[in-house]
Design a binder for this molecule. Structure first.
Ligand code: FAD
Length: 402
């Protein structure tokens, strides 16, 4: 029977960064199994490809801050093209939302996320498509930007392969064998593969894969989100514009090769699937531009797609060994931040798998066991998160928090 130390299920960004960081940490006996014909076919290949550090979840903020240096200055030989185009992020809002946004930005500055507070005039100067009457002001994050997801994904996979890892596509894992409470092998159409570890990097299918190992399902919900690419009726020089998010109306847009990529930031729960578009959501995206940024109102829709963002009940990612099935390791629930946070999340996941600990954050905040002990456990985790955030704010942007 074929044998390997670690089987990684899924060649999206999660499986790719895991393989990369395992091999960099000296574990090169890694086999990545991907059901589809090519890596990145699902969520990873359908993202908006933006790098924003200020999000609604402090764990993801931490992971994004830790990930920034990797994108800004990747290791020698990782990619021939830049991974990050620093166009920045402009967040605009009205009324109480603007107050909240500015308060969050002030806190974020304490952990190294630089930003400039903008008046409505200054925001419109940056993105002339915005309408002054729909915003009271904004905050600009100059070090954010647009990611080259293809280069990042293939950078991880290429480096992992050069270090000895193997990638097999068209190779669905159909069963997981557990012996004496520990994973022993996975079944594929090409036969079984004996292994000591199985990494569940199956994205929206994470609970289906867990069921194969007899692990308890976790509160993870795949939610569909749409992206529409439009060519404005009147040509405009948009390439240097930042990602612009309207916090009061919940939509964002950014330049995409001379056109505009827009998302209505929808979040419809779904069963895991090859997500297809819903014309109502596509129309909603076009309508948001027409109403709130008419200068870039669509002349023509040139592309549209939908993908699944998999979100945990407490919105933090799920990383760590299953509490009941030894050797079954979760790397799931990256929500809308899986690309953004992949350098740090991959490093932390590899550390947890190989050493059982990490210094980057409190591992309990992301461990799958946080869901298995009921409300009390979730309450304790919430308190630990507050404590973690307070310590981080007090210390600033240091790499280690332990
Ligand atoms: C519209 C949209 C916009 C987004 N924008 C951003 C953004 O701007 N920035 C950001 O950081 N993130 C963004 N995200 C989120 C990001 O795309 C995800 O967090 C990330 O791609 C998740 O990666 P993954 O590897 O876990 O999942 P996936 O990319 O879905 O990979 C999982 C893989 O597992 C495989 N698989 C499943 N079951 C099996 C099996 N039994 N055997 C073998 N293989 C299996 C699947 O085929 C799949 O390829 C966005 C997502 C969407 C949908």
């Amino acid at each position: 029977m074929e044998k390997t130390e670690v089987v990684v299920i899924g060649a999206g960004i999660a499986g790719a960064t895991m393989a990369y960081h395992l091999t960099r940490s000296g574990c090169s006996d890694v086999l990545v199994l991907e059901r589809e014909e090519s890596p990145g076919y699902h969520a990873t290949g359908r993202s908006a490809a933006v790098f924003t550090r200020l999000t609604d979840d402090d764990v993801f903020v931490r992971l994004s801050v830790l990930s920034a240096p990797f994108f800004q200055s990747p290791p020698e030989g990782f990619s021939e093209v830049p991974l990050l185009r620093p166009n920045g992020t402009l967040m605009v809002a009205q009324g109480p939302r603007l107050k909240l946004l500015r308060a969050a930005a002030a806190l974020a500055r304490r952990v190294g996320i630089e930003s400039n507070v903008l008046s409505s005039d200054e925001a419109v100067e940056k993105v002339p498509a915005l309408q002054r009457r729909f915003l009271d002001g904004g905050v600009f994050f100059p070090a954010d930007g647009l990611l080259d997801v293809h280069a990042i994904l293939w950078g991880y996979l290429g480096a992992a392969r050069r270090a000895g890892a193997r990638l097999r596509v068209n190779s669905e894992v159909t069963a997981i064998r557990v012996e004496g409470g520990r994973v022993a092998a996975v079944e594929t159409r090409d036969g079984p593969v004996q292994c000591r570890w199985v990494v569940n990097a199956a994205g929206a299918w994470a609970n289906r894969v867990a069921a194969m190992a007899g692990a308890r399902p976790l509160p993870l919900t795949p939610c569909r989100r749409h992206i529409v690419v439009v060519r404005p009726a009147t040509p405009l020089a948009v390439d240097d514009w930042p990602l612009t998010t309207d916090q009061s109306r919940n939509f964002y847009f950014r330049p995409e090769s001379g056109a505009i990529l827009v998302s209505p930031m929808d979040q419809d729960p779904m069963e895991p699937c090859d997500a297809s578009t819903d014309e109502l959501r596509v129309a909603q995206a076009a309508d948001l531009l027409t109403r709130f940024a008419p200068a870039i109102a669509p002349g023509r829709i040139v592309n549209k797609w939908a993908g699944l963002r998999t979100i945990a009940a407490d919105r933090a990612p799920v990383v760590g060994e299953d509490p009941a099935v030894k050797g079954f390791f979760w790397l799931a629930g990256q929500a809308g931040h899986g690309i953004n946070t992949s350098p740090a999340l991959g490093r932390i996941a590899a550390e947890l798998l190989l050493k059982g600990t990490t210094t980057a954050l409190d591992p309990a905040l992301i461990h799958p066991a946080r869901f298995s002990r009921g409300r009390l456990s979730l309450g304790l985790i919430a308190a630990r998160r507050v404590w973690f955030l307070a310590r981080w704010l007090a210390r600033g942007s240091s790499d280690s928090l332990v």
